[in-house]
Design a protein around this ligand. Structure first.
Ligand code: GTR
Length: 344
């Protein structure tokens, strides 16, 4: 039984705005939140695989504060951090059928669902963080966000994810030859599998939350991720070599379930969209500080960090573009991304 909503709905809003944590999630989340259910009824639920202090979680919290302020507490967000509601693939599915309101994920689990997300996830497609931000903030970013709607997801905004680099337990990766035969974890995405296999390694798709154990037990030799994740997930404690390949600069994405969105009044939709967009510059400030901090942590640790000449990696990975860019929309997105590079 749901406790009635704490505050009356806004003028024009549906009387029963929404039911939180439906179906499969209701049980576990109910247990987690205990007596706070009445309050949660006013809050959008949101999932994140990262711990509570991570910039993506903090950004969604900021969005929640903005919403609360704008609506006098009528709308807000409760973030379930640390992957407590499940892997990104599983929680995305739950979000798309309306069991969760918001989800902050990597683009990887959306790659197999929506072809328009592929261009942002191609190796070496962005030249720099600035290039990625310029594209994410443009009509190209808007087009990719809009492409999620047929999948029951409303794309709200992109967040930073920095550059992904390879790390492993065996030795430094200086050239693609150093990757031969390494078992490397990748997120659940055919594109990632292809990218790693084309370099001569063996891609092993496993959920993020299982990587630490897999590394510690020697089930895999390594993985790839940005500085902040390498530190916060403690993978650097078990993988002693971090090689700066910067093969991906893909942004993260925040999505809302279309079911929750459809229950909002037009005014509330505008508020939600605006609060999400307003959390982006906040996130970028936190992100830049977090990258610097994580980098210092690694450099002060026993991990051996090495620079990499990226050209041979980019050349070997290039055929993956042709394999995964197959529709006119994807080709047009790639073209526009590239046109926004350099000093454009
Ligand atoms: C992180 C990203 C997460 C998750 C993770 C992974 O950089 O922020 O959303 O996708 O990588 O490798 O699974």
């Amino acid at each position: 039984m749901r406790t009635p909503f704490r505050l009356p709905p806004a003028p024009g809003a549906p009387t029963q705005r929404r039911t939180v944590l439906k179906g499969a999630l209701a049980l576990s989340a109910g247990a987690l939140i205990g007596g706070c259910e009445a309050r949660l009824s006013n809050l959008f639920t949101s999932s994140d695989t990262h711990p509570a202090d991570y910039p993506t979680v903090q950004a969604v919290e900021e969005m929640g504060r903005l919403l609360e302020r704008e609506t006098g507490g009528r709308l807000g967000i409760k973030v379930f951090a640390g992957g407590q509601l499940g892997s990104e693939t599983d929680t995305l599915e739950i979000t798309s059928f309306g069991g969760l309101d918001l989800n902050r994920v990597n683009l990887a689990p959306l790659n197999s669902m929506e072809p328009a997300t592929i261009p942002f996830a191609l190796p070496f497609v962005f030249e720099s963080v600035e290039h990625m931000r310029r594209v994410a903030d443009s009509e190209v970013g808007d087009e990719v966000l809009a492409s999620l709607e047929p999948h029951g997801l409303i794309g709200l905004c992109f967040y930073d994810s920095g550059a992904r680099h390879f790390y492993n337990t065996r030795g430094p990766i200086r050239t693609p030859a150093d990757m031969a035969g390494l078992k490397l974890r990748v997120p659940a995405s055919d594109l990632y599998v292809a990218m790693v296999n084309v370099l001569g390694a063996n891609a092993v798709p496993i959920p993020y939350g299982e990587v630490y154990q897999a590394l510690a037990q020697g089930v895999i030799d390594g993985a790839e991720n940005n500085w902040p994740s390498f530190v916060s997930a403690r993978h650097y404690e078990v993988a002693g070599f971090y090689s700066l390949t910067a093969h991906l600069l893909t942004p993260e994405v925040l999505v809302m379930s279309a079911a929750a969105w459809n229950e909002l009044s037009p005014e509330d939709r505008t508020l939600v969209k605006r609060a999400a967009r307003a959390s982006v510059p906040y996130m970028r400030r936190l992100w830049d500080a977090r990258v610097a901090e994580a980098r210092e942590t690694i450099l002060a640790s026993s991990v051996k960090v090495n620079e990499v000449e990226t050209e041979p990696f980019a050349t070997l990975m290039r055929p993956v573009w042709d394999e995964f860019v197959t529709t006119p929309q994807q080709a047009s997105l790639v073209e526009r991304i590239l046109a926004m590079g350099g000093s454009a």
